[in-house]
Design a protein around this ligand. Structure first.
Ligand SMILES: Nc1ncnc2c1ncn2[C@@H]1O[C@H](COP(=O)(O)OP(=O)(O)OP(=O)(O)O)[C@@H](O)[C@H]1O
Ligand SMILES: [Mg+2]
Length: 452
């Protein structure tokens, strides 16, 4: 029978877990503090540990670190307070198998335990324990990533994993889904946190300028190069270079980039000395790179070099359960920025926001809230102040379907007829709605041969 150690200072939780897990056929032992738990790890050799984070004495992360020293492969499940992203990332970085948010549902508990126990053999637990200094802590706070939907939780876990390894990462997602934010988190939450993060927007520059921007140039290599210039790869050093909108680089530059990745060195434009490349590359795109490959616009070999690890950010309309938390997050942020105090959410506001399509994703939500906050006169986020931008779905197709109304005149004729029918040909009413005078309305009825 597999043995599970539950460490929590809360007696009720220990009892609840003990009951659920004993019923599921496990042998459960309990400890009320981190120190007591560590002794049991030694003497009882459990197969799995579930530990609370917040406890007097050693906290869950400290317990986890000690366990890693004692027994490398013992799986640990961390219990965290609801929505604590920073802690989640840290626990996964330090090798927790999984984290569970309180209150824990017994079914989730059981399925997580089963997964953890069966993964022991193929355990990929990380063993490196990172030290985060104060400045990177605050960078983490600034780059808060909100999300509680299963898709986002998976992403948090992946950030925890990849931030401890300098693998190249490709982040894909529609505009405004948070690609840059994720890139920052990967950089600031892991081994690169005290190294430079250099951002390059690949779509903003012409081919020649982009190459000199990336690799640097030596004096005189082209017309305005009056002195040597360091490129972004050099500036990134052992940190991260974030190549935003990677799909926009030319095929020529793609070849050069591929060479840098393969050979781990590059030359300045016009220069000959190779410079070693030590930075991690994070690339982002809102285009489908596989399609670009089919179109011959993106090199397949480069694609595979970049996507050693891929993060696919789902559009906001596929994770509407995150909207509530995002609204709270942005209200907090925007209130501070605009010195406002909008702290309440009006009835039906969240429902209304959840029904919207958000083609501009989280950025569109942020901008919508910004507008609403600026317009608000009290401390409530009101429906009336929220202006949603609707985008006509597939506008081209829709317009082609409306082929009988291609000219403005045909549209006007149609519209006037509809309004007249709506008010039963009451011309006073119709001219009021159309905001034209009665003689004008009569003239138009005559011009378009409208009949009742
Ligand atoms: N999950 C999230 N939690 C909190 N803020 C978020 C989240 N996702 C995005 N944001 C915020 O939304 C805005 C847009 O995000 P970001 O710039 O990272 O998007 P992007 O995917 O890079 O967009 P684009 O493709 O247009 O460059 C930023 O202000 C960012 O902080
Ligand atoms: Mg971006």
């Amino acid at each position: 029978m597999e043995k599970i150690l539950v460490i929590d200072d809360d007696k009720m939780i220990r009892k609840l877990f003990s009951l659920a897990l004993t019923k599921a056929g496990y042998n459960v032992i309990e400890a009320e503090s981190g120190d007591a738990g560590l002794l049991l790890v030694h003497s009882e050799r459990p197969d799995l540990v579930i530990t609370d984070y917040q406890m007097p004495g050693k906290n869950g992360l400290e317990v986890l670190a000690e366990i890693r020293k004692l027994r490398l492969k013992l799986p640990v499940i961390m219990l965290t307070a609801y929505g604590d992203v920073v802690l989640t990332i840290k626990s996964i970085q330090q090798g927790a198998f999984e984290y569970l948010e309180k209150p824990v549902n017994p079914e989730t508990l059981k399925s997580t335990v089963i997964k953890a126990l069966s993964s022991v053999k193929s355990s990929n637990s990380l063993t490196t324990v990172i030290r985060t200094d104060a400045s990177s802590e605050s960078m983490l706070e600034d780059n808060i990533l909100v999300g509680r939907t299963p898709q986002m939780k998976e992403i948090f876990k992946n950030i925890g994993l990849i931030s401890m390894n300098k693998v190249n990462v490709l982040i894909q997602g529609e505009t405004g889904t948070g690609k840059e934010l994720i890139a920052r988190l990967v950089h600031f939450s892991g081994i690169t946190h005290n190294k430079p993060l250099v951002v390059v927007n690949c779509s903003a520059l012409t081919e020649t300028l982009l190459e000199s921007e990336l690799f640097g140039h030596v004096k005189g290599s082209f017309t305005d190069s009056i002195r040597d210039k360091k490129g972004k790869f050099e500036l990134a050093g052992e940190g991260t270079i974030f190549l935003d909108e990677i799909s926009e680089i030319s095929l020529n530059t793609q070849v050069k980039l591929l060479r840098v990745i393969q050979e781990l060195e590059f030359e300045k434009v016009g220069g000959e000395l190779p410079i070693p490349m030590k930075a991690r590359i994070i690339a982002a795109t809102n285009r489908n790179l596989e399609e670009q490959i089919k179109l011959g616009k993106f090199r397949e070999d480069l694609y595979y070099r970049l996507k050693v690890f891929t993060i696919n950010l789902p559009p906001l309309r596929e994770r509407k359960d995150d909207i509530n938390d995002l609204v709270i997050h942005f209200l907090y942020k925007l209130n501070k920025r605009f010195n406002k105090n909008v702290t309440k959410i009006g009835d039906g506001v969240i429902e209304m926001l959840q029904q919207h399509d958000w083609h501009g994703n989280v950025r569109e939500l942020e901008n919508t809230l910004l507008q609403a906050i600026v317009m608000s006169k009290n401390d409530v986020l009101e429906k009336e102040n929220i202006i949603l931008n609707y985008r006509m779905a597939e506008p081209v197709a829709k317009y082609q379907e409306m082929s009988e109304f291609r000219t403005l005149e045909s549209l006007e004729k149609h519209h006037i007829k509809c309004i007249l029918d709506e008010v039963n040909w009451n011309k006073v009413e119709a001219s009021r709605i159309l905001d034209i005078t009665r003689p004008t309305l009569n003239a138009k009825i005559e011009k378009y041969n409208l009949v009742q």
